[in-house]
Write a protein that binds this ligand. Structure first.
Ligand code: C5P
Length: 279
């Protein structure tokens, strides 16, 4: 069995507070996209995990942690080997690791005839990381709390996008820390976007995209600013970073314009792919 693990982008990301556990309160609209990793599940004598990227073949890989949590709670003797094929860049703010972990939970639950109900699966997902519950849901959603409180959003149109990332890499905790130190006023992009989605006007939806981290990532990874500007110069209707970066996505009028932009950015040595948001 082979399952897709779709990346996500944050159409908005507002930070509304800091919690006593050190995490931040978020309001973010996230959507899955067609860019995906795949996880293959095969019968085996015991548990094994492999990945086409050697540095990810470690016991602390989120896929291994997801599988361990599944076997622990179900008391099932592991008899499966997993093979992860990475296509989603990392670390990038695209939820790649979270998508892989959610995919492992879904796959194992299917293979072993659904020993876990949806509530338990979501609670395992929550223990693995803030974005894992969203990746289990696989639908456009308003994500609140740490990111784990999900409200499905209906009526989100599919968008033609380009996802790009240059050479710089950012660590999520470092970006949150820099944001806290900068004392930036809370934005309200999420509310604007939710209203635009309710109205159903695509242009207003695209205009409402925003990410509170951008003043920070512009400084920590100036390449993200360049990529956003370059996407606009290449015809994007709007361009934002996803999550805490450093990936950038641009929204285009159609798939042809998106493909042309992706080709240009690839010529500049970036990872760039044209894809679609899923609704
Ligand atoms: O939950 P996850 O492992 O993805 O979080 C990675 C890091 O991002 C956390 O250790 C924390 O520094 C930061 N984070 C946060 N508030 C959130 C989500 C993540 O501060 N809501």
């Amino acid at each position: 069995m082979k399952l897709k693990a779709c990346a996500k982008i944050n159409l908005t990301l507002d930070i509304t507070g800091v919690r006593t556990d050190g995490f931040h309160e978020l309001r973010s609209v996230m959507v899955p996209v067609t860019l995906c990793d795949t996880v293959s599940f095969k019968e085996s004598d015991s548990f094994a995990f492999e990945c086409d990227i050697k540095e990810l073949c470690a016991d602390d890989n989120l896929c291994v942690r997801a599988a361990k949590s599944f076997f622990e709670i179900t008391c099932i003797n592991p008899s499966v080997s997993l093979y992860l094929q990475k296509n989603i860049p990392f670390p990038a703010g695209l939820g790649g690791g979270s998508a892989d972990a959610a995919c492992v939970l879904r796959g194992l639950n299917e293979i072993y005839n659904s020993p876990l109900n949806s509530k338990t699966l979501f609670s395992l997902a929550e223990g693995l990381g803030s974005d894992v519950p969203f990746c289990l849901l696989q639908k456009p959603a308003l994500c609140e709390g740490r990111g784990e409180i999900l409200t499905t959003i209906k009526g989100m149109p599919s968008l033609d996008i380009v996802i790009a990332i240059g050479k710089s890499r950012l660590k999520t905790p470092e970006v949150f820390r820099a944001y806290d130190n900068a004392g930036i006023d809370t934005r309200n992009d999420t509310e604007c976007l939710l209203n635009a989605i309710k109205e159903g006007v695509k242009e207003r939806i695209i205009a409402a995209l925003g990410n509170a981290f951008e003043p920070i990532t512009d400084i920590l990874a100036p390449e993200t600013k360049y990529l956003r500007e370059q996407m606009i110069a290449l015809g994007a209707l709007n361009a934002r970073i996803s999550g805490s970066g450093p990936s950038v996505y641009g929204v285009f009028e159609n798939s042809q314009k998106a493909s042309e932009c992706a080709e240009r950015l690839k010529d500049e040595g970036c990872f760039a792919v044209s894809c679609k948001t899923l609704s």
